[in-house]
Design a protein around this ligand. Sequence first.
Ligand SMILES: Cc1cc2nc3c(=O)[nH]c(=O)nc-3n(C[C@H](O)[C@H](O)[C@H](O)COP(=O)(O)OP(=O)(O)OC[C@H]3O[C@@H](n4cnc5c(N)ncnc54)[C@H](O)[C@@H]3O)c2cc1C
Length: 310
Amino acid sequence: MARALAGSHDVSVFEKSRGVGGRMATRRAGAFEFDHGAQFFTARTRAFRAYLQPLIDSGVIADWQAAFVEMRRGNIAANRRWGEDYPHYVGVPGMSAVGKALASGLNVCLNTTVGSLTRHGELWRLSDDDGALLGEFDWVVVTAPAAQSANLLAPTVLAASTRTEMHACFALLLGFDEPLNLPWQAALVRDADISWISVNSSKPGRSAATSLVVHSTNAWANAHIEDDTETVRQHLCGVVNAVAGVDAAGAAHSSVHRWRYANVDRQRGDSFAINPQQKLAVCGDWFVRGRVEAAFSSANALVEHLGREI
Ligand SMILES: Cc1cc2nc3c(=O)[nH]c(=O)nc-3n(C[C@H](O)[C@H](O)[C@H](O)COP(=O)(O)OP(=O)(O)OC[C@H]3O[C@@H](n4cnc5c(N)ncnc54)[C@H](O)[C@@H]3O)c2cc1C
């Protein structure tokens, strides 16, 4: 979004975290690396494939040709090698490489939470969490998850567009001193409190240290979102052991990340919201579906609309 607009406009990006990438993120713990949010992404539309091509050409994105299995009640119900049908893209050397590449050369203010938007004459005044002025802008585009966008847009004409429910997810991050020699690298898990296990270190360009990323189901996370992380960690370790026979208790690194706003079911309706009179817009995956491509589609549709508007 920002990159597309920066060619013809003076754009500032405010990001509350210490790095860009959002839910397409990589976390490091000693020698271990974990893509604890999005695991891989697909490109179904021609527009997204064209957008990705320069990143593929420059090696920022690669096709993860994982040995994939589907597990049901602890048994492998299906298996195949990815790459035979369509690419399963990942950032290299971590998922966060994609956000970093897209942000390069842009005016990005990290560690900066936008706390409020207020209208002053023809301009929007942005303030941080403490009320300090961040700047005045003629247009504002909000790209945070639905609930966080709702906080910002509550006093504006776009408040009604942000009522989408997002699901939570816990990520269990396990690092091992020795290779696990599993017969798979990516596992979709059915009938358990976890939905996914990946051997993160099997993705292209990763460090040698063996790392696993485990995701809870959205349903389990929604029901346990306020539990303390140690209780969650112990529960998820037990499930990994039962489902996949991985001795999580023997991991050299074991931690949990709580994603309060992780995913969203497929939505029907507009892929962004805009009020041209007030020069205010909002977009994000949650207008479409909880997928990286959906985040692109939403932003791309808004960029095309803005191209006719400003
Ligand atoms: C556990 C998990 C697994 C997933 N797995 C997959 C997958 O395998 N494949 C797939 O395609 N997708 C997956 N997704 C979804 C995918 O990550 C998202 O669809 C995509 O990353 C959304 O991008 P976005 O830019 O719209 O939002 P985000 O990545 O959420 O970016 C929003 C940014 O806004 C910032 N922000 C929020 N509020 C403020 C504020 N007030 N001020 C300043 N900054 C703020 C946040 O810090 C964040 O960086 C997964 C997500 C999660 C969490």
